[in-house]
Design a protein around this ligand. Structure first.
Ligand SMILES: *[C@@H]1O[C@H](CO)[C@@H](O)[C@H](O)[C@H]1NC(C)=O
Ligand SMILES: *[C@@H]1O[C@H](CO)[C@@H](O)[C@H](O)[C@H]1NC(C)=O
Ligand SMILES: *[C@@H]1O[C@H](CO)[C@@H](O)[C@H](O)[C@H]1NC(C)=O
Length: 444
């Protein structure tokens, strides 16, 4: 009897030992590979679903929204805003801001922001309808089992979540912050810095809003085991040091974010990401600002559609605002006050519609050209649709257009393409770019 019991016991021990590797399946590289492959496949379905076959209609709707809003701005306000003077407690100068900023109850009604988007990322509603999660703890000590109250704990939760911050804080991420679907990171009401650590990763997910935070001095994450949802963690290689990396993701809206000094790009959108708007943001102190499509062989980026609106590309920037492969990018009513190589560039035949921006060229005569075609000679790039309409050129700035003018006329006809607000309005439209200092109970 005794002997039998012991044998059973030993068998039990042996089988328990055999179970251990299964329990830690997350650590198995093959399992990780399968996990991310499934995520990638599901994400590509979202890419196809999100892709809009009539991008010019989206561009023209954006322009309509701007006109509708500017109609309500008096000539006096216009004049004042173009200069240095800012008066009054609240002045919204573009349709996104006009949708929420001048409402004193913005803090009780945070979800309103979800309906203020424009352009290709307009459908992102983030965590609307979900609980509000208040981040109270700036630490990031455990990236496998994040502590409740931290930003990392917030972003891995299942289901929609609207993430806010209890007070001003600076969060140094030990590793890249891997977000999940249906989330809003809403920095309004606190000065939130994501700085001196790793950056934000938006990978194979859908429906994200990132608003009102400051992302700077991002460095590479060493990689290692990182939790990416409540029920999964796995091994990640070193992260690149991008501020925000959008990878195979859809319906992403980045608004009123201030960004500078990251060790790679400030924002990348790659690997079939689409349905993206980057607006009201302020970029400074950086070389490679924004990369849209990273690989010549990644043809999924043909589905990439991005709106860049009301941003300020500011001091000490050098190039890539953006640099585009394949996709369709509507660059509208942005203020380009600094570049030191070129502003807008690309390869692999992307479509770039530049409307109503202000471009101020650097002093150096060799740097007046806004555009740059990479790795292509004129016979090749002549057919790429790169158009400038209503842009304000200053200090000798010039945009080299390409593409078939007849095709532009055709989509103007077909899609009723509305001209953007003029470049002269841009100083006013972008006056409040970057993270805002909003106080609950007061108009922002
Ligand atoms: C993607 O869509 C196809 C066709 O609709 C479907 O057969 C497939 O199961 C979907 N894949 C995933 C991972 O959702
Ligand atoms: C405002 O300015 C526009 C363009 O300069 C002009 O056509 C319009 O009459 C002005 N409106 C008023 C109320 O002065
Ligand atoms: C995100 O929200 C959408 C719409 O409510 C829902 O269909 C989807 O399943 C959600 N995704 C996840 C991963 O929770």
């Amino acid at each position: 009897m005794k002997g039998t019991k012991l044998t059973f016991f030993l068998i039990f021990l042996a089988s328990f030992a055999a179970i251990i590797p299964t329990l830690s399946a997350d650590h198995d590289p093959e399992e990780d590979k399968k996990y991310w492959k499934a995520r990638a496949d599901a994400a590509f379905n979202n890419t196809l679903k999100t892709y809009n076959p009539n991008p010019h209609i989206v561009a023209s709707d954006t322009n309509k929204e701007v006109h509708r809003m500017l109609k309500g701005v008096t000539n006096d306000t216009r004049r004042a805003l173009r200069g240095k003077m800012v008066f009054g407690p609240c002045l919204a100068t573009n349709p996104i801001d006009n949708c929420w900023r001048c409402q004193a109850n913005w803090a009780e009604n945070r979800f309103r922001l979800a309906h203020c988007g424009i352009g290709f990322g307009k459908t992102a509603i983030g965590g609307k309808g979900g609980p509000i999660y208040v981040v109270t703890d700036p630490s990031d000590d455990d990236v496998i089992n994040p502590k409740p109250g931290t930003l990392r704990h917030a972003v891995i939760q299942t289901g929609p979540l609207w993430i806010t911050f209890s007070c001003d804080m600076s969060i140094k991420l030990q590793q890249e912050l891997i977000m999940t679907c249906n989330k809003t990171i809403d920095g309004r009401g606190a000065k939130v810095h994501i700085a001196y650590g790793a950056g934000i990763t938006v990978q194979y997910i859908n429906n994200v809003i990132i608003h009102g935070i400051r992302v700077h001095d991002i460095v590479r994450g060493s990689g290692g085991m990182i939790r990416n949802s409540v029920d999964h963690f796995g091994f990640r290689t070193e992260s690149d040091g991008d501020g925000i990396s959008i990878f195979g993701s859809t319906n992403v809206w980045i608004d009123h974010v201030s960004m500078s000094k990251c060790s790679d790009g400030l924002i990348d959108a790659i690997e079939g990401s689409t349905g993206i708007t980057i607006s009201n943001s302020h970029f400074t102190d950086h070389n490679d600002v924004m990369l849209l499509g990273a690989s010549n062989s990644q043809v999924k980026d043909k589905f990439m559609q991005v709106t860049l609106a009301f941003n300020h590309f500011g001091k000490r920037l050098i190039q890539r605002m953006p640099r585009v492969r394949f996709g369709f990018v509507h660059v509208v009513n942005n203020d380009y006050t600094h570049w030191n190589m070129y502003a807008i560039g690309g390869s692999q035949g992307p479509t770039i519609i530049s409307q109503g921006n202000r471009f101020i060229a650097p002093i150096n005569d060799r740097l007046k050209e806004i555009t740059k075609r990479e790795y292509a000679k004129e016979p090749e790039w002549r057919s790429w649709n790169w158009r400038s309409e209503g842009d304000l050129m200053m200090n000798g700035a010039y945009f080299v257009e390409s593409g078939d003018p007849a095709s532009i006329d055709k989509f103007k006809r077909d899609c009723n393409l509305v001209k953007a607000a003029k470049g002269i309005e841009v100083t006013m439209i972008t006056k409040f770019a970057g993270a805002l200092d909003c106080l609950p109970g007061k108009k922002c």
